[in-house]
Each structure stands twice: as C-alpha cells, then as structure tokens.
Design a binder for this molecule. Structure first.
Ligand SMILES: [Ca+2]
Ligand SMILES: [Ca+2]
Length: 450
C-alpha cells in the first residue's frame, strides 16, 4: 500500500495511501542536473564514487560522465575504466528499478559517457582543443531547461574551461552571460590550473572549491566497506579498496543530493556535501602539484565553512545507511528483502524543498511531520533540531517535544531580523535504518506586540 507514497514523490502524481491523500503541494520535486568529470585511474577512489553515484542515479538527471585529466593523471586515452563500471550498473539496473523509480538505462549511461580533454590543465584549453566532454557540457547548459547544471570536477577543471572558452569565442557577451548563469562548478580540492583561470576570468560562475572532503566515511577498508558495499554483487565487485582516502570526490554530488536537507544553490545551508561560505575567498589553492595558480591571483572561489568535513560527517548515519541500502537494492528483485526510505512531509508539504516560514519574534511556531510515512510500513522516529551554523540567530533555542511528530519552537525576542534553521530528521526501524530530512528556515521579523 504505502509503496505508492514513494512513487508519488518521484513521478509527481497524487496517490491515495491508506487514509492519507498525498498530493504534490508547494512546487514539484526537480532532480538536479549533474555532469561528472573524473580523472579515473589516478586514485581508485573515483571508481568508488562512481559506484555510489550509480546506485543513487534515480535521484539525479545525470547528463554527462566525462573522463578527464588532473594533476595526478595528466593524460587520458580512453573510457575503459568508466565503461567497466557502467557495465556493472547494467547488471544491476533491473534490480534497482524494483526498489525505486527513475534509474536511467545502461544504454543511456553509455550515451553520456565520453572522453574529455586528454591532456593536462590550461595547456589543453583553447583553439582546436574542443573535446566530446567540453561539447557535452555546452550542449547540456544550452538545453531549454531552467535548472542549473552542476559539473563535479573529480579531477581537473579543464573540460569546463574549454567549454567556457568556446562559448566566449563564438557568442555575444549576453549569450556568454546567459550560459555562465546556468553553470555551477563543484571542484574537489583543485586538481589543475583551470579552476583558477575560470574563477579569475569569469567571476560570475558559481564556483565551489571543496577542501573538506576527507574523513567523513567509516574506517578505511573496514567492515562497512567490505560487508555492506564490496560484498554486494557486480557493483560491489568494482568498488576497489581504498588506497589513499575513501571517496574523496563524492561530496561533489552529495551537495546536490535531493534528500530534503538543502537547496544546492543556497550553498551555506549545508547538506551531505558539506557547507560553503557565501563570501568568496582568494587563494584557495589546488593540490600541491599544481604550482602556477598564483599567476591568476587574485581569483575568488566559495570555500568550505570552518566546520570543514564535519559539516558532512554530522549526517554520517544517514548517508552510510543510504548507500548500504542501495547496494542491497542492487542485488535483489524482491522488494521485501531490502529497506526503503521513509518520506518526510513537513507542514503538509510533500516535496523535498526547503520550507521558508515567516514568524514574529517572541512568538511560537509549530512544525508538523504529519503524513510522513514509510513504504515498508516501518515505525518512524522523529527528531527536530536547531541547525545553528547556517542560522544567523546564534543564541539558544527551545524546541518543545523534539522527538514527536510535531514540535513547537519558541522564537526568542532577540531573534528579530535573523534566520533560524530547523531540521526534521526521521528514520525508520528497517535494516539498515533509513533516514529522511526536511528543513524549515524561519525568517523572524520584529514583534508587533506592545
Ligand atoms: Ca579524482
Ligand atoms: Ca523503510
């Protein structure tokens, strides 16, 4: 019966589920558009990240899988390593589709797999340097689709640089501005000099360089990795042991993972990919082998907030179990043999959007998770919490009944003019325990009480 709730969230239609009519309200759930550029072959962690991405592929509109270079692998010749993981996905996709709607076909993933720039950094950007990867980025941004395109740079950023270079050379100033306004770059650590070139010359591009990307996963080559991931079928088999760090590139798509926690364009909200400063900073340098970025000084980028990887790790139970459950999905066509995520409904809103609420200082705000449900009919546990870091109100906050279906927040008088971020986290009692989130951002105005 309740399986239908999950279906309705993903395909935008209303369903009757038990006595609760779950309908779309307050805007549809839009999948984020994602392009990956990966320096496969440098560190085996790119292969790890691709496995997680593919078992999560129903959550995104994947538009490109581009093999690229970086400072740890300065040339690339072919897509063989990528093809191998896509083939493994092909062996699992029928299983995955039993458990959630919207997984792309293996043929579709093959159609968006391609070579990008074959040589390193800005040395491979300019006249005559177009690649299938750079052309794909242009075609994707050009689509008649208002959603931004998030390009994750798991290696260098020179595919993005070549795409921008080409558009600048061939289009008007206004057309270039329109192109750049739809582009988002999530750069892991900086792995060539193209990021500094982009940030310097095209400051309007939303450019995140994440440096807090390590230490958020369970023990390296530990039990979780072996028993919950690697032991699981064809995709587990292509999840290699960790050599240096585990899944250092994964935050690039975890930032846009549509789990109800954050709006990716509001980069300071914080989600599974970390939290980022709205104010751009100069001098966020790439990894050590990239020596020439000072040539572009000053270049400005969005960097991690002071919490670094702790902004990721605070959600560790949720994302670890999410991945483990998805790996379970990949090996069974029996729906009952795996767990499925609960659906969190906030104040009647069934989308995964952040809910914005206006309130007066010195008043009370009630939030409700009523109609939240679990497709396996598991028991739900509720937790409401004040997420202080992204809130501009930094004082104490009282949440009444913070482990029940509803909560009441006493808005302090001194919160006038500030924002308060409240997180609803609920989890089921399946195996593994799965989580769902929603965020309410309360904008507090001055009280009208006398
Ligand atoms: Ca990488
Ligand atoms: Ca469940």
């Amino acid at each position: 019966m309740c399986k239908q709730i999950l279906v309705c969230i993903l395909c935008f239609t209303a369903f009757e589920c038990g006595t609760a009519a779950i309908a779309e309200e307050g805007g549809r759930f839009h999948k984020p558009r994602v392009i990956v550029t990966t320096d496969l072959g440098a560190d085996p962690d790119d292969e790890q990240s691709l496995v997680r991405l593919f078992v999560s592929a129903n959550e995104f509109d994947l538009e490109g899988l581009i093999v690229s270079t970086g400072c740890w692998k300065k040339t690339q010749a072919d897509t063989k390593m990528l093809d191998k993981i896509v083939d493994a996905y092909g062996k699992c996709v029928n299983n995955l589709n039993v458990h959630a709607n919207g997984f792309p076909s293996v043929d579709y993933l093959r159609s968006i797999s391609c070579m990008g720039q074959t040589a390193y950094g800005m040395g491979d950007v300019g006249e005559g340097k177009d690649s299938r990867g750079s052309d794909l980025i242009i075609a994707s941004v050009d689509k008649d689709d208002p959603r931004p395109v998030w390009v994750g740079c798991w290696g260098g950023a020179n595919n993005v640089a070549q795409a921008i270079w080409k558009v600048k050379e061939t289009r008007s100033k206004d057309e270039l501005a329109a192109f750049l306004s739809k582009l988002r770059v999530f750069d892991i650590l900086g792995q060539d000099d193209a990021g500094a070139w982009i940030a310097k010359n095209f400051p309007d591009v939303v450019y995140i360089r994440a440096t807090g990307v390590y230490g958020w996963l369970p023990e390296k080559n530990g039990e979780y990795q072996r028993n919950d991931i690697q032991s699981h079928g064809p995709l587990g088999a292509v999840y290699p042991d960790t050599k240096w760090a585990t899944e250092g590139d994964t935050p690039a798509f975890m930032h846009v993972f549509p789990n109800g926690l954050n709006d990716p364009d509001k980069i300071d909200q914080g989600g599974w990919g970390g939290r980022f400063s709205l104010e751009k900073k100069a001098g966020i340098r790439s990894m050590k082998p990239v020596q020439n970025e000072s040539d572009y000084d000053p270049y400005l980028m969005h960097g991690n907030t002071p919490e670094g990887a702790k902004a990721i790790k605070r959600w560790h139970q949720a994302y670890n179990n999410d991945f483990a459950a998805r790996m379970d999905w990949s090996i069974t066509r029996d729906y009952a043999k795996a767990n499925h995520h609960p659906v969190a409904v906030l104040n009647g809103d069934t989308t995964r959007n952040v809910l914005y609420v206006n309130a007066e200082a010195d008043s009370e705000v009630s939030l409700s998770a009523r109609l939240s449900a679990d497709p396996d009919e598991d028991k739900l546990d509720y937790s409401w919490s004040f997420y202080k870091e992204p809130s501009s109100y930094k004082g104490a906050l009282q949440l009444a009944r913070n482990n029940t279906e509803t909560t009441t927040i006493v808005i302090p008088a001194e919160a006038a003019g500030k924002s308060i971020h409240v997180i609803l986290q609920l989890h089921d009692n399946g195996t593994p325990v799965l989580y769902a989130f929603r965020r309410a951002v309360i904008h507090v105005r001055a009280t009208t009480k006398r």
